[in-house]
Design a protein around this ligand. Structure first.
Ligand code: MLC
Ligand code: AMP
Length: 510
């Protein structure tokens, strides 16, 4: 096949007038209309001078046109680099420079801020707003609706997704066409997606979950999506009767359960509810089943690997576990120190190998070698065990990571900024339980001798550099940080100390 990703997900729908996207205003976009939009965008990229293998960085609101940009990149052989809409200009600068993006697609309101970065790099800026307006679509409208798909191999890169690291520097995970496609087929079959499925899609489309898991599977199956710009309870409840399936992070489920309009009857017709990106509490699983009769299907994945494990469609969906390794994917539990495989039932680091595993981090061979073994096993940084029935349990993380509402926050990045603030001697950033986001960010700062750090000024400074979801919900001042005999900060002691800070209900949002 000339271009497996494009041909198998998008090209197969050429000429189909069946609905692909149902929009909140009641409009529907057919497969053919979607393909025409993406082909027009592909022409724009060609006219700008982009060549196969060039990177397209996109920080844009979720819209049909934004999704069509992904398809256009696949068709033109470009590497798609979607970016969280919450990122600040400081954060964007790093991603754009590191990837060497030739084209930046951004919201019109941000074009001026990004112009200096584009000028330095010699890259182009086109704008695309949430309502589909902007220079990209102005140009696209003038283009032909047919584009000759650029030939690509399965091993060619399709996307870069940036993921932060424990050192505080983000790494571009390079995903090939085969990485994405292999996972798509497997999940489509495992979860029995067909052309009759209508997926309630309220996830962002700049991450693996909303872009690859949700969209690719729907495309491969020939189904359709109710394409909501974001998670909104009113919309979720209004549209659920039209859906057959839903995918969400655990916050989606706890929010639905907290709304009296979400009833047994509203969910009765649904075929499947899937959760992932963060741990689903067994208690949420049980409450959901008690109300709706549905057992949420929990799966486990990562940016670098797409999906690794899943609870079964037909068999027992075991609460508090992420199910079995997917077909074609090997999973082992190893000793973090020695790398040797541990006996069944013992806790160690989770390693995975399969066609889903990425190619490495963009221009970071050392980082790649630290996490991706020569034999193809990827060290996930998650700690877990496999029980007697083969179910994988994730029990913790061997990496310093906080997952807030499904978004990853790496403490190091925040600590580096806190340490630089006036009056701060040192800091520690930890994740503590939060009723809505699962975990939330707490900053602990130690004042320099005789100093009295201004917490408000510190928060204002963080706001300028960091995306909102990374901001500490609270900044606590302590005389010193707990350390072990080696001098290492004992974050577990801090986590225990502040465990109930946001669950006892007496602290507001910062
Ligand atoms: C929004 N805010 C968050 C936040 N999302 N803060 C912390 N954590 C988050 N996840 C901020 C908002 O900017 C806002 O700030 C305030 O918190 C409250 O906003 P909200 O209106 O309550 O939040 P909302 O916009 O509804 O977003 C919450 C959410 C969203 C859970 C719906 O974060 C979301 O869609 N998360 C999904 C993330 C995801 O797709 N992850 C997949 C990663 S892929 P203010 O100042 O305006 O009040 C992956 C691999 C895998 O992990 O396995 O899938
Ligand atoms: P990301 O880097 O955004 O892809 O996040 C991947 C991380 O999310 C994994 O390494 C896990 O720590 C976590 N994760 C994903 N799915 C689950 C799940 N079902 N249960 C627990 N953690 C999960």
């Amino acid at each position: 096949m000339a271009n497996p990703l494009y041909d198998r997900l998008f090209g197969i729908h050429a000429g189909k007038v069946t609905p692909f996207l149902h929009l909140p205003d009641g409009q529907t976009i057919s497969h053919q209309q979607f393909l025409e939009t993406s082909s027009r965008i592909a022409h724009v990229t060609r006219e700008i001078g982009l060549k196969p293998g060039d990177r397209v960085a996109a920080q844009i609101e979720k819209s049909p046109e934004a999704l069509a940009l992904y398809a256009a990149c696949a068709q033109a052989g470009l590497i798609f680099l979607p970016l969280n809409t919450a990122y600040t200009v400081d954060e964007l600068q790093y991603f754009i420079e590191n990837s060497g993006a030739s084209l930046i697609v951004c919201d019109g309101s941000n074009a001026e801020n990004l112009a200096p970065i584009a000028t330095t790099l010699g890259s182009r800026i086109e704008t695309l707003n949430g309502d589909g307006s902007g220079s990209l679509m102005d140009r696209a409208r003038e283009m032909d609706t047919v584009f000759a798909t650029v030939a690509r191999q399965g091993d060619d890169l399709a996307a870069f997704l940036y993921t932060s690291g424990t050192t505080g520097r983000s790494k571009g995970a390079m995903l090939t066409q085969n990485n994405l496609l292999s996972n798509t087929w497997t999940l489509m079959e495992e979860w029995r997606f067909t052309a009759s499925d209508v997926l309630l899609h309220a996830l962002p489309i700049f991450h693996t979950h909303g872009l690859f898991v949700a969209t690719n599977i729907t495309l491969a199956a020939g189904g359709s999506m109710i394409f909501l710009p974001k998670f909104d309870l009113d919309q979720m409840i209004a549209w659920m009767p039209r859906a057959t399936t839903m995918m969400g992070v655990p916050t989606f489920y706890t929010r639905l359960l907290g709304d009296a309009r979400f009833t047994h009857d509203l969910a009765a017709h649904m075929r499947l509810f899937i959760s992932g990106s963060a741990p689903l509490l067994a208690e949420t699983h049980a409450r959901f089943e008690a109300l709706t009769g549905h057992r949420i299907l929990e799966r486990y994945g990562m940016t670098e690997t797409n999906m690794n494990t899943s609870n079964p469609y037909d068999g027992e969906r075991r609460a508090g576990t992420v199910g079995h390794p997917l077909p074609g994917i090997e999973l082992k539990i190893t000793d973090p120190q020695t790398g040797t495989t541990l006996p069944e039932g013992e806790i160690g680091q989770i390693e995975v190998r399969g066609p889903n595993v990425f190619k490495g981090y963009w221009q970071m061979p050392e980082k790649t070698a630290e996490e991706l073994r020569a034999d193809g096993f990827f060290i996930t940084g998650d700690l877990g065990k496999v029980d007697r029935d083969g179910y994988v349990h994730i029990v913790g993380r061997n990496k310093d990571l906080i997952i807030s509402g499904g978004f990853n926050v790496y403490p190091k990045e925040i600590e580096q900024l806190l340490d630089d603030q006036p009056g701060v001697l040192e800091s520690a950033v930890i994740g503590v339980p939060h009723p809505d986001f699962g975990e939330t960010v707490l900053g602990v700062i130690v004042p320099a001798p005789g100093a009295a750090p201004d917490r408000q000024a510190i928060m204002d400074s963080l706001r300028r550099s960091l995306a909102r979801f990374k901001h500490p919900r609270e900044l606590v001042i302590m005389d010193e940080l707990p350390r072990n005999t080696m001098g290492k900060v004992q974050k577990n002691i801090l986590r225990d100390q502040f465990r109930e800070m946001f669950t006892s209900g007496d602290v507001g949002q910062t």
